[in-house]
Design a protein around this ligand. Structure first.
Ligand code: DGL
Length: 265
């Protein structure tokens, strides 16, 4: 039984292609693992949807990854889905679930100015989970939340270096600089795609933190603990949207054209 589980893939999902930034960290750390990545492109963005909608989608996708995908572990590679649905997913699956949240805690350890900025979706910043995270870990550090409506869509539709993405960065990054933030948390997995543009709008020396590597370490620990590490380094990509469109977007981001499956979820 345990040999069988070992070679099953790790299931990972996001509202779209943001979670590919987490997948990259996972594949770098665990190159022998197999992965199934699901992009819920048909319902992108999650950031301004209701909590109950995100819970229903997250649950349906996790079920699909477990049954159709034979996943051995689920990675919620989306801050918005974690904030809205991590508890619901955990309560409804027998699989281990690794979720992520904005890297507020590491940021408070890095800041020297005592001010950190958090770029995330409206839904993530409004969640109780985020309020709790700040209350537990801010420890006197001033946390400046900056919602970035439209940025996820701009990155997916036009690209992270496009004029629409740049116009939004011009709006969302300067308030963090004005507030004196010397650490900026990328609290949405889409934003690492725009890291260059974000860095260009921050003073030299400002630290930018995301959660990809921390998630990869956590997945490794969970699978190691259960002796379930193993695979053949393969990747399957699936979407609820138009696979050709998704393939085109990934090709722009990666520079190679992968096969993308359509999944009715
Ligand atoms: N990548 C998702 C996150 O980390 C984006 C959510 C959205 O679709 O708005 O929050």
């Amino acid at each position: 039984m345990s040999t069988h589980i070992t070679t099953q893939p790790i299931g990972i999902f996001d509202s779209g292609l943001g979670g590919l930034t987490v997948l990259a960290a996972l594949r770098a750390r665990l190159p022998d693992e197999d992965f199934i990545y699901f992009a819920d492109t048909h319902f992108l963005p999650y950031g301004n949807r209701s909590e109950s909608f995100i819970q229903a989608r997250s649950q349906a996708i996790s079920d699909m990854l477990a049954t159709h995908g034979h996943a051995k572990l689920i990675v919620v590679a989306c801050n918005t889905a974690t904030a809205a649905a991590a508890e619901v997913i955990r309560a409804n699956t027998h699989l281990p679930v690794v979720a992520l949240e904005p890297a507020v805690k590491p940021a408070t350890l890095l800041t020297r100015s005592g001010v950190i900025g958090v770029l995330a979706t409206t839904r993530t910043l409004a969640s109780q989970r985020f309020q709790r995270l700040v209350a537990t870990h801010a420890n006197g550090t001033q946390v400046i939340p900056q919602a970035c409506p439209g940025l996820v869509e701009a990155i997916e539709t036009h690209g992270p270096k496009s004029a629409p993405a740049n116009a939004l960065l011009d709006e969302y990054v300067p308030p963090l600089v004005q507030a004196g933030a010397d650490v900026v948390v990328l609290g949405c997995t889409h934003y690492p795609w725009a890291r260059e543009g974000i860095a260009a709008r921050l003073p030299a020396g400002t630290r930018i933190v995301d959660t990809g590597e921390a998630v990869a370490r956590q997945v490794e620990r969970r699978l190691q603990g259960e002796s379930h590490l193993g695979g053949h380094g393969q990747l399957r990509l699936a979407t609820s949207g138009n696979p050709r469109e998704v393939q085109k977007t990934i090709t722009h981001l990666w520079g190679t054209a992968p096969h993308v499956e359509f999944w009715q979820v």
